[in-house]
Design a protein around this ligand. Structure first.
Ligand code: AMP
Length: 215
């Protein structure tokens, strides 16, 4: 499957993407994970992106498109991909349309995961992430804590609160989403690609996507 997952930070895009990869071997491509990996590795990309990310601002479109042009041409994308956190602006969506045309790839759907704001705020404030850039497993202090407090079940690295998951950065990220990313729903509606799924359970979101794709 070739999907774009739209939805505010905390809507569950990453969880849904991971569940979908198990269905047909499509890969999850999360620009946030790629950028956090680059920050941790101290690459030029990471150094350039860090300030924007810590403030909850978007990284410039040119940096993101540089990442995605290469990433979408890697071999593992041939079976399909789930774009998680990309595109985030109209210029990124326009550049993606051009890139996919050039590569001869057709999208199946843009899924708008619509979750109430209070649920999102609660999820983001209680979310914790493995700080190992190669792992980045997600936990939640209330609903899914690691077995040993503060330690990742998968790789044993510290589990931390992301710098952009303080209350201040979260409300800025949500504002940025409403201003810059929510207009993508209209953009993909015009292309006849949007499927809106309202719900707070990732299982229900995945079931709705499977239904739409006839899986
Ligand atoms: P995420 O994990 O998707 O919430 O992304 C974390 C942060 O990475 C965002 O707040 C942005 O600073 C940056 N980021 C991730 N994806 C993009 C994108 N497509 N465009 C611009 N910035 C991005």
């Amino acid at each position: 499957m070739k999907l774009i997952l739209l939805g505010a930070p905390g809507a569950g895009k990453g969880t849904v993407a991971k569940m979908l990869t198990a269905l047909d071997g499509s890969v999850q491509i999360s620009t946030g994970d790629i950028l956090r990996g680059a920050v941790q590795a101290g690459t030029d990309l990471g150094k350039e992106a860090k300030g924007y990310m810590d403030r909850g601002d978007l990284v410039p479109d040119s940096l993101i498109m540089g990442i995605m042009e290469g990433r979408l041409q890697e071999d593992d994308c041939k079976k399909g991909f789930l774009l998680d956190g990309f595109p985030r602006t109209i210029p990124q969506a326009e550049a993606l349309t051009e890139l996919l045309k050039k590569l001869g790839i057709k999208l199946d759907m843009a899924v708008d995961i619509d979750v109430p704001r209070d649920v999102i705020l609660d999820r983001l404030c209680t979310r914790r992430t493995c700080e190992n850039g190669a792992c980045q497993a997600i936990y939640n202090v209330k609903s899914n804590p690691p077995k040993k407090e503060g330690i990742c079940d998968k790789c044993g690295s510290p589990v931390v609160q992301r710098a952009d998951e303080t209350e201040e950065a979260i409300s800025h990220r949500l504002e940025t989403y409403n201003q810059k990313t929510a207009p993508l729903i209209g953009f993909y509606k015009k292309a006849g690609l949007v499927k809106t799924v309202t719900g707070t359970s990732s299982d229900a979101v995945v079931a709705a996507i499977k239904g739409s794709l006839g899986l």
